[in-house]
Design a binder for this molecule. Sequence first.
Ligand code: CP
Length: 310
Amino acid sequence: MDFYDRDIVSIKDFTREEIEALLDLSEKMVPYAMGEKTWKPLSGRILGNLFFEPSTRTRLSFESAAHRLGANVIDVSEMSMTSISKGETLADTIRMVDAYCDAIVLRHPHEGAARLAAKFSINPVINAGDGAGSHPTQTLLDLFTMRSCKGSIDGLNIVLVGDLKYGRTVHSLSDALTVFGAKLTLVAPEQLQMPDDIVRHLKEKGCPVRQTDSLEEVISDADVLYVTRIQKERFPDPTEYRKVAGMYRIDNSMLREAQKDMIVMHPLPRIDEIAPEVDSTEHAKYFEQAFNGIPVRMALLMAILGGEEI
Ligand code: CP
């Protein structure tokens, strides 16, 4: 499959076969991601990291992935440090950064920003999260983690809990899970339910979807519990945030109802939705999931910059 020079804007742009090919390549990258082996096929290439919203994992794992493969990184982590603060448009900013590097990784507060950037960049653009829109590279590492932990994704009962309205990770992930034949249970308070158009789309694609606000009701059926943070920064009204903050909290007493091999995932950062006592249980896979960002992003960079045939 040929990913060379391709934009990574939405997970919807990929077939199951393409996703599986990327996951297979990611598996091969693990010893390099861990520093056990070295390989510098992207020596001399430059990655441009533009992060106009806070990030720890996505920004640093892209940077780490690039360094592990021998590429250099130029980066900006605040919009106020660019000429956007003087009134330059995103389109012109992208044209400039495009001239200075071989691929652009963009995180932006506005939905659709990555698609717009891809229009103005000759080199490939990778969407690292666009507002409440999507986060396709997070989805790839989520799928990689599920496949590594459970052997296969087909037929898994996956419970998504938390902020399903504004959560770009669950928007991208739920879409990808439909092509893997997973069953979805969506757990959220009334105010943070998955948007209707996404639920309709999931059902149209033949995905069994159950919706509830009670995690206790469904936890015993879950193969994967995917927890998300209720995102204070996305609420237009802080009093609305306070009504739902802390509504779901996974702790060891709740996990007593779960299957022994049920895994708990979270894109992170977490605030109080997973108690620290869960970290040392066999269920906890969220730190492993965050590490998986490196091999998966190495695979992606190899595929789009290195022209690796996969
Ligand atoms: N999962 C994720 O996107 O984390 P960051 O916001 O820290 O990049």
